[in-house]
Design a protein around this ligand. Structure first.
Ligand code: HEM
Length: 129
């Protein structure tokens, strides 16, 4: 009987975990859809153009293929200006996510959005596979 109890406890925990990850997946899909909706109207910048804005006079960063001008935010960033300047003109998607920014921090991104990277083009062989 004891064994039965353990097994059912494990099942309940697994069920709870899968519900949690399904909820996350839905939230993430909604976020992606919202991003896609605003993408079309945004100016498009190449990675090279972004790289021209790599100092405290003009500091652009890329997160998830979107381009942000964080020049005005340098002095306000709770994590300090230095980490932003280290990533100035570059893609810092991983650095931004690895820091575990809060939902409030992610929402603040919208204040600095200035454009997006060009849509990725798929070759024939990529789309077949
Ligand atoms: C526009 C872009 C960014 C915004 C709006 C932003 C916003 C914030 C905010 C609101 C916080 C306070 C903690 C929180 O609420 O999560 C924070 C902390 C921090 N951020 Fe950012 N951030 C940005 C970009 C970055 C980037 C690109 C990096 C790293 C390369 C970074 C590294 C950090 C660090 C190290 C902290 C301090 C964490 C701590 O002290 O625990 N941030 N950021």
């Amino acid at each position: 009987m004891e064994t039965c109890y353990c097994v059912s406890t494990i099942l309940v925990v697994e069920k709870a975990n899968s519900v949690a990850s399904a909820t996350e997946a839905v939230a993430s899909a909604a976020e992606t859809a919202a991003t896609a909706a605003i993408d079309d109207d945004l100016p498009v910048y190449s990675r090279e153009q972004v790289s021209w804005h790599a100092n405290s006079e003009s500091c652009w960063i890329v997160i998830d293929n979107l381009v942000y001008d964080v020049t005005e935010f340098l002095k306000q960033h709770p994590g300090g200006a230095e980490v932003l300047l280290e990533n100035a003109g570059a893609d810092c998607t991983e650095a931004f996510k690895d820091t575990g920014h809060s939902g409030a921090a992610r929402q603040q991104l919208a204040n600095y959005l200035v454009g997006r990277l060009p849509a990725r083009k798929f070759t024939c062989s990529e789309s077949i596979n």
